[in-house]
Design a protein around this ligand. Structure first.
Ligand code: GLN
Ligand code: ZN
Length: 784
């Protein structure tokens, strides 16, 4: 008997299926958008009423088929199905469970596009459900809204339909389901439900639906199933952990006879969760992330692995674009094999490939050498299978030696290595970099020069980007207009924006960022060490994708990046004009980063480049410089244990950029996209003179925490209205918000500004909104 310790009736069916001798391969999940964002365009055209549901379904089906074939052709044993989604896999699970918030008026039956997309994007009468970040990725999921009265029923057969669709092609797949415990732990209370409501109390209601799904899958011929339970890597309490034990015990009978994989990803699984995971009943395999989970190999060595389970080892990075170091992975896999046993190891990706770019083949403009260092989703499939083959003694020598050559070229390339930069960055580590004068005294010195009224008004940087403006940039990039014409057009735009602000009587002006397409790309294009792709898109939410730059080498700044535009803008007005930069942490967090050195090392290098820019701006006479750190919180590690270290180097990197300026130079920063209550002390530690901060998602608590940070005498501008909505706020409403802010903040530190940049709005919205904002500030000044 191969599993002497396991009673016969619970033996994994791998035995029956005869997989046991071969080292096999698995892919956790796959990007849905398609190599050229085909799904995005199909979705948007359907939403705009320009194409039919059939047409959308056809595009989606073609994409699924091509992905399945791609995985099958590469020799992948465990191919995921139901990893596709028209919007989001958590929303799909909400549909599967019939957990539709009543306001969307679902009347029963299979969930159709109308209800589904209403939840995802809202409709004429209703806003969308809330979305939030999927762990620490840039993907966003639709948050389930649950409560004690919600009724669950099996309402979307998508998992079964997709399984059958693949089967018709002769491809056996592993249907992927969001695991029941993670689904509940990722939910929020529905309206009117207590914040303290225990979501896990709903397990008894959703498990019966999962059982129905499993029964249907089995009836359709499915022999395997994958439950994604990424919450297992979070800091869970014993009650939450026990829910996993109970859930899979409850499902055991339904799972009988199947290969059952519980997949985790995004971090090291904590030891207590690991012990629970490897002893789950009914479960035959555990998937672990060995890329982000840097200590997971040690954990397995230390705690061992049960003889009745398979290990799905995620060694190929699903969150980055680097070619795998195959020899190094092979060593890890060999070590693992010696622990878990021959034939018990399955080679896999660290997480779904959803979080990486789709296919390198389409990168026709990328430098050849850099390209040889990369692997997107399509190439990662080949890597996983090459590793599985090598483990079973059928190593593809040509594939491995090409990979080894690329690794060597990457390590030694002069494009990657710049000794001077490395030295300068390494020297920063054990220092602190703080401006010598405390913030209150600095603000005094600045005020003498700036002479601002109380409650000074400003905006966070960008002004509306019109179609004309985008065309000018595009034509310049394509060499269709000359540099002269381009500069003239951009200067005209800035002039217009300056004039508007002067007429509105705003105190500290911005140039509007018309020369920028994107706040990270603009700087990346001018820094050394960055590369850009044509099609390296990654889904952010729904049809929205981002195209992160690739940081491949030591970063430096060959020449000033913004001085020309900033000085030109300042010369157009006698009011202070903010220099506008993106901070190092945000540039880091919104890029594909190097995996050959720690993140902080790369961040310090970027910080030094931005520092050069800050100092050049100061020397050019710019008195106020804003360094945006919109994404600082996004890099926060999932595990509490690791957060302090991250915040420490991230905040340090920010301070490096501006620790060298004069007291009279005013440093602003801007943050948004998150709830900041829990990192307020780090924000204070950034030691900027003024911070403008998104406020619509936070609450008055944010302000009181700021105040609590007692010594925080710095200026603070909590957004007085939400720019994400086309609604124009009234003067009274803004004055009311300012009054509320003044209840917790001193009047001499409060600034008045919108929540974020105005880039996505129209002038017809921006002008009246800012008019009301300035009027509200003036009204408040008369009251103080
Ligand atoms: N300065 C940028 C702007 O206003 C900041 C954008 C952001 O915070 N995402 O557009
Ligand atoms: Zn913002």
């Amino acid at each position: 008997c191969i599993f002497p310790s396991v009673p016969c009736h619970v033996r994994p069916s791998f035995v029956r299926l005869g997989y046991i001798r071969a080292m096999t391969s698995h892919i956790v999940g796959y990007p849905r958008m398609g190599p050229k964002r085909e799904l995005k365009f199909a979705l948007e055209s359907f939403w705009d009423g320009k194409s039919s549901a059939d047409e959308l379904q056809k595009v989606a089906k073609d994409l699924r088929i091509s992905i399945w074939k791609q995985m099958a052709n590469a020799g992948t044993k465990f191919i995921p199905s139901n990893a596709f989604s028209y919007y989001d896999q958590v929303l799909d699970t909400t549909a599967m469970l019939g957990a539709i918030p009543p306001r969307y008026g679902w009347a029963g039956g299979e969930i159709g596009f109308d209800v589904y997309f209403s939840m995802a994007r809202g409709n004429a009468e209703l806003p969308a459900m809330e979305m939030t970040k999927w762990f620490d990725t840039n993907y966003h999921y639709i948050v389930p809204e649950l409560g004690p009265d919600l009724k669950f029923s099996y309402a979307s057969r998508k998992a079964v339909t997709e399984y059958k669709e693949a089967k018709e092609l002769g491809i056996e797949t592993v249907p992927v389901l969001v695991g029941p415990v993670s689904y509940l732990l990722l939910s929020k209370p529905a309206k009117g439900v207590e914040k303290s409501f225990s979501f896990l109390s709903l397990l008894g209601k959703i498990i019966p639906v999962y059982k129905e799904v499993l029964a249907e899958l089995k009836a359709a011929g499915a022999t395997s199933v994958q439950f994604d339970e990424p919450t297992l890597v979070l800091d869970l309490n014993s009650h939450q952990l026990k829910a996993f034990t109970d859930t899979y015990e409850e499902l055991e009978e339904s799972l009988f006879g199947m290969n059952v994989l519980v997949e985790t990803y995004f971090a090291d699984i904590p030891a207590d969760a690991y012990k629970i995971a490897i002893s789950l009943k009914g479960v035959t395999a555990i998937g672990l992330d060995l890329v982000r989970g840097e200590k997971t190999l040690e954990l397995i060595k230390r705690l061992g692995f049960p003889s009745d389970k398979y290990l799905f080892a995620g060694v190929v990075d699903g969150r980055n674009i680097w070619a795998n170091d195959l020899e190094s992975s092979l060593r890890i896999l060999t070590t693992l094999e010696s622990i878990v046993g021959k034939g018990k190891l399955v080679v896999s990706t660290s997480c779904s490939l959803l979080h990486t770019a789709v296919d390198l083949v389409n990168e026709t403009k990328l430098d050849k050498e850099i390209k040889s260092w990369l692997a997107f989703a399509a190439q990662k499939i080949l890597e996983v299978n090459a590793l599985a083959k090598a483990l079973r003694g059928e190593k593809d020598e040509a594939f491995f030696s090409a990979n080894a050559a690329a690794q060597v070229s990457r390590r030694s390339s002069p494009r990657v290595n710049d000794e001077a930069v490395q030295k300068a960055a390494a020297a920063l580590r054990d220092s602190d970099h703080r401006r010598a004068t405390p913030v209150t005294a600095r603000l005094d010195a600045q005020q003498k020069k700036l002479n601002l009224p109380i409650l000074p008004t400003t905006t966070t940087g960008s002004f509306p980007q019109t179609v004309d403006l985008r065309r000018v940039r595009r034509e310049y990039k394509a060499n269709k207009i000359s540099e002269e014409e381009y500069v003239k057009a951009i200067k005209e735009e800035i002039c217009k924006v300056v004039k508007i602000q002067e007429e509105l009587d705003i105190d500290v002006l911005v140039h509007g960022e018309p020369e920028r397409n994107d706040m990270v790309e603009y700087f990346g294009e001018q820094l050394k060490g960055f590369a850009f792709t044509i099609n390296g898109w990654v889904q952010s939410y729904g049809s929205r994708c981002v195209k992160p730059p690739i940081i491949y080498g030591d970063v430096s700044r060959p020449k000033p990046m913004t001085v020309f535009w900033s000085t030109a803008s300042q010369s157009m007005t006698s009011r202070p004009m903010k220099g506008m930069l993106t901070g190092p942490v945000t540039i880091l967090n919104w890029s594909f980063v190097r995996n050959d050195q720690p993140r902080f090392e790369t961040c310090y290098q970027i910080a030094l480049a931005i520092k050069n820019e800050v100092e050049d701006l100061e020397a050019a006479g710019i008195q106020v410089i804003q360094i945006d750190e919109a994404a600082l919180r996004e890099g926060l590690p999932l595990r509490k244990l690791e957060q302090a270290f991250y915040l420490d180097w991230a905040v340090h990197s920010f301070r490096i950029t501006n620790c060298g300026v004069k007291d009279t130079t005013q440093i602003h920063t801007h943050m948004c996209y998150s709830n900041f209550n829990d990192i307020i002390h780090s924000i204070i530690d950034m030691d900027s003179d003024v911070i403008t901060i998104e406020n619509s998602r936070s609450d008055e608590k944010l302000l009181s925490v700021f105040r609590e940070g007692v010594k925080y005498g710095a200026g603070i501008g909590p957004g007085v209205y939400d720019i994400h909505s086309p609604r124009i706020p009234t003067k009274e409403e803004i004055a009311d918000r300012i009054t509320k802010m003044l209840a917790v903040l001193e009047m001499n530190v409060l600034w008045v500004n919108p929540d974020c940049g105005l880039k996505t709005r129209k002038y017809a919205e921006v002008e009246p909104a800012l008019t009301n904002m300035v009027a509200a500030a003036k009204l408040m000044r008369t009251r103080l």
